[in-house]
Write a protein that binds this ligand. Structure first.
Ligand code: GEK
Length: 240
């Protein structure tokens, strides 16, 4: 179903929520809004093949409809390796369950409707935060990464994908303009782009790559390598 949520003028534009309306159009919304999303999802399968460990857990934190969960599921080739997928939107979890039920893989998935700030992480070989940390209040981000780090096995990897900001104003302007141009090329109008931006302003807080890298190292990770970037969207690999 096509995303038309911001196609008509809204006054005022209310804060973005991951409700039923968003869940219903989410695959179309994320594909047309996040440059490189399909590439990131397919590489999560490659990372799962490479880094999943036997008798471990792989976590998908902020799983939405389970695109990264399915990518993990099809990449895992280790015995007794299963997945825990969590989201705090009931609408997302309900639809995610249907997507998983249609999938033929026999890697077990435990689906949880809950807040990733409150769940425990243990025995993890892979943790995925695919465009989710950006919705966690900045003051809580280090505590979440520290919890993830503590719950990971040696050699485990965190895949962190985020919308980012730039400290240099002209880079910020250029990359934002390119992102908007990407959205226009995918059929979004200027009204849709501007209303979505307003709706997300207080909800999605981007930070610079170096802020993310420094925080990952502070949390204990050995490395925080950028493996993907398209405009103001990046994905990092952080190893324990
Ligand atoms: C994908 N990873 O398709 N606890 C649990 N879930 C949360 C929390 C929280 N505190 N905060 C936000 N979410 C997915 C895409 S979308 C990214 C992730 C986007 C959830 C929220 O309900 C939503 O489903 C998801 O994080 C972010 O690979 O929409 O830009």
């Amino acid at each position: 179903m096509q995303d038309k949520i911001y196609s008509l003028p809204q006054n005022p534009v209310s804060n973005f929520q991951f409700d039923e309306k968003v869940a219903a159009v989410f695959p179309d919304m994320i594909k047309r809004s996040v440059p490189g999303y399909a590439t990131v999802i397919s590489m999560i399968s490659v990372f799962a093949r490479e880094f999943s460990q036997k008798e471990s857990l792989c976590y998908d934190l902020g799983c939405s409809l389970g695109a990264a969960t399915l990518a993990l599921r099809h990449g895992i080739h280790q015995p007794e390796c299963s997945i825990v997928a969590i989201d705090n939107s009931a609408a997302m979890i309900q639809r995610c369950k249907q997507h998983l039920d249609f999938d033929s893989s026999n890697v077990a998935v435990k689906l949880i409707c809950g807040d990733i700030e409150n769940i425990s992480i243990k025995n993890a070989s892979i943790v995925v935060l695919n465009f989710t940390l950006q919705f966690i209040r900045p003051a809580q981000r280090l505590a979440l990464l520290e919890k993830i780090y503590r719950g990971m096995l040696p050699g485990g990897v965190l895949i962190l994908s985020e919308k980012i900001a730039f400290s240099n104003q002209s880079r910020q302007t250029l990359q934002t303009e390119l992102h908007h141009s990407f959205k226009r090329a995918n059929g979004y109008s200027d009204l849709e782009i501007s209303q979505k931006r307003t709706a997300l302003e207080k909800i999605l807080i981007p930070e610079t790559i170096s802020a993310h890298q420094e925080r990952l190292l502070t949390a204990g990770f050995l490395t925080a390598e950028t493996w993907f970037q398209c405009f103001n969207f990046v994905s990092l690999l952080a190893f324990k």
